[in-house]
Design a protein around this ligand. Structure first.
Ligand code: ATP
Length: 655
């Protein structure tokens, strides 16, 4: 069986039949999507409640009156005052309400007349208000990355480029194809172009249904009109489009076909745009002649007093509109006989379940490439890091000048301890700062099952290693000469190796903190405590004997402890000290004597490296687990409770 993605058919229309032939994807997911090249989505009884605690009344975010229909070829706007529940309606329809034990979601959704299971992903794209991208990738690279992942590696390079060029042309992005995407910190393409890119990346899978949360927010009037025109064009191709629109201009409003008005979680109107003004006039909310419909209808469904209204009038108006909407005759187009059994429903849903379409190896290759590209192109970040390393090394070099007298033993331990702490601090902080932002990008990609967590994670971890090694080498090379650390053969090379390994372990620690933290604020809040614990148990601040019994395991996985121990063993072994001159404690003639003072002499460099590798591997594994566990899950939509069930529940409670 062959199925042709709709990009293919578009290319064919333009006469590029040879390329079209290549865009044939033997994939049951695409087949399922292709089978649903048009989606007629209807819904009823959408209700969402929030339990605020044992002794508080649950808050009804959506009251169950929400119903309507989004049809192919039509643009549906969900409108209403701020806090009305627009975004909740749209996310509920898309099956993308974030899972929470405090929330309950009820309702029924139908696709092309058939009921959809509550936990089923729709064959739809959902474009959030602020979509984050990897800022240093160009528009073309961002799209090409997605095309490779989503359409698989079966496409030839030429066919892939054709798909990318076509999407860019359709979304008006050709002009900025080779500009970097950017974000709030990195200058890139404009806000309107970024919004169009967020639509473009979703168009690759050729979804028949597209949800957009406030696509025009933050755009000026011209950019907003241009964007909605793009949506209009997509609808004209047969796509079903649902957008939450906040205070649209009349121009923008006029591009929509259907309007759903929501206020205080209730349906206030559902129907064609051209009828809404007359509807409001008919039901007692007369529009002033000089007022645009968009502005007027928002006034009508707002609880604020209109001109000449008393509070009672306003409340009556709201009640009247809600009651009328509940009685509105809306054709949901549901074939009541369509569902014969639960299993049929399940089959219908599972046919549309998402899963990655490219092999694990391809996912890994693309993700590694992207991570590496992102790291190497962040020129400003690289420059700042380099300056940090050089200045820190110069500061150490300006202060320490190590000789071979007895006092130099303390200086050596002090310097190596500071290096271990400083390297860990910098690497963890850097990883904590960057990772949660990246997590916000990848969580959307993982939620849409574009790739699996494992290849992403391995790619990310590997991509960091060359940079850590490079920075450690710059830092170590400057510092080593200036401070006068041991000149014995092989020591300098070992020092750089140990420093790099220490940096990699520290990165893994940062990744672990980032993976389990829901935001960078939380990660930054736990970071000092973790660093302090690592410093306390660094091997010289508390003796092994006096470590509380319950905490004996901590030094075993102590990041700084192993880093410090490795650097000390490397430096001190084989050194000989003068016995004259100023002294600190008993005389130590050799490096081995000095190491014994801190109980450090018993382990070899091999032992240290082994321990660091085990810690790094363990932390990577835990970070992977953290990413998997904290993966976004969505609320399942339950069928609405019927009256009998409500009565039964009430009786059960009474008993
Ligand atoms: N998961 C949730 N937990 C707690 N409260 C929620 C949740 N989802 C929605 N709400 C609350 O429900 C109400 C409606 O929110 P929603 O974001 O749907 O409104 P909106 O009409 O899109 O608002 P705006 O236009 O201001 O973005 C708000 O008071 C919001 O705080």
């Amino acid at each position: 069986q062959r199925s042709i993605v709709s990009w293919g058919s578009r290319l064919q229309k333009r006469g590029a039949s040879s390329v079209e032939d290549e865009i044939v994807v033997h994939d049951d997911h695409i087949e399922a999507m292709a089978g649903l090249s048009q989606v007629d989505l209807s819904f009823e009884g959408i209700e969402m409640t929030l339990n605020k605690g044992k002794h508080k009344e649950p808050k009804q975010i959506l009251d169950g009156s929400i119903r309507g229909r989004a049809r192919p070829g039509r643009l549906l706007a969900i409108m209403g005052p701020s806090g009305a529940g627009k975004s909740s309606v749209m996310h509920a329809l898309a099956g993308r309400i974030k899972e929470s034990s405090a929330l309950q979601l009820f309702g029924r959704r139908y696709v092309n007349g058939k009921e959809l299971a509550g936990d089923s992903p729709l064959p739809a794209a959902l474009i959030e208000q602020d979509v984050n991208f990897f800022p240093h990738m160009t528009v073309r690279e961002t799209l090409d990355f997605r095309v490779q992942l989503q359409l698989g590696s079966r496409l030839s390079k030429r066919a892939r480029h054709k798909v990318v060029d076509d999407i860019m042309e359709q979304l008006g992005l050709t002009k900025v194809a080779d500009s970097i995407v950017g974000n709030s910190k990195v200058r890139g393409i404009s806000g309107g172009e970024r919004k169009r890119l967020s639509i473009a990346v979703e168009m690759i899978a050729s979804p028949a249904l597209i949800f957009l949360d406030e696509p025009t927010s933050g755009l000026d009037a011209t950019a907003a009109t241009k964007l909605v025109q793009t949506l209009r064009d997509l609808a004209d191709e047969g796509k079903t489009i649902v957008a939450v629109i906040h205070q649209p201009s009349q121009h923008v409003f006029d591009k929509f076909d259907d309007i759903m008005l929501v206020s205080e979680g209730k349906l206030m109107y559902f129907g064609p745009r051209e009828e809404v003004r007359a509807y409001m006039n008919k039901y007692g909310c007369k529009a002033p002649a000089d007022m645009g419909t968009a502005e007027h209808i928002l006034d009508c469904v707002s609880a604020d007093l209109l001109e000449g209204e008393t509070a009672e009038d306003a409340s009556n108006r709201m009640d009247r509109l809600a009651k009328n909407a509940a009685n509105q005759n809306i054709d949901l187009g549901i074939a009541k006989t369509a569902i014969e059994s639960n299993s049929q429903l399940q089959r219908f849903s599972s046919g549309m379940s998402h899963r990655p379409r490219s092999s694990l190896l391809t996912q890994f290759r693309l993700l590694l490439q992207r991570s590496f590209r992102e790291i190497s192109r962040g020129k400003l970040v690289l420059f700042v890091k380099l300056v940090q390393q050089v200045t820190t090394a110069l500061i150490y070099g300006g202060i320490y000048s190590l000789g071979t007298n007895q006092a130099s033993i303390q200086d050596r331990f002090g310097l190596l301890s500071l290096i271990a702490i400083g390297t860990a601090n910098m690497a963890i902080a850097q990883s904590i700062r960057a990772f949660p932002r990246e997590k916000s990008i990848i969580s959307g990609e993982l939620a849409s099952r574009m790739y699996r967590t494992l290849p992403y994670f391995v790619g990310k971890a590997l991509a960091e290693i060359p940079l850590v090694t490079f920075m450690s080498s710059v830092f170590g090379s400057i510092l080593y000469r200036l401070t006068g650390l041991s000149r014995m053969t092989g020591k300098f090379r070992n020092f750089l190796g140990l420093l790099s390994m220490h940096g990699i372990t520290a990165e893994a620690t940062g990744l672990l903190i980032g993976a389990f933290s829901p935001s960078s604020d939380i990660a930054l809040a736990v970071f000092p405590a973790i660093l302090v614990i690592n410093i306390i148990f660094d091997g010289k601040n508390i003796s092994e004997e006096n470590t509380p019994r319950l905490l004996k395991w901590v030094p075993k996985i102590g990041l700084i402890r192993w880093g410090f121990e490795g650097l000390c063993v490397n430096e001190f072994e084989g050194l000989e000290f003068d016995v004259g001159g100023p002294r600190r404690g008993p005389v130590a003639k050799t490096g081995a004597d000095a190491l014994a003072r801190f109980g450090l002499g018993s382990r070899s460099l091999g032992d240290v490296l082994r321990a660091q590798m085990i810690i790094t591997g363990g932390f990577y594994a835990l970070s992977y687990l953290g990413l998997t566990l904290t993966r976004q899950r969505f609320q399942v939509m339950q069928p609405p409770l019927d009256n009998k069930q409500i009565l039964d529940d009430a009786k059960e409670k009474e008993l």
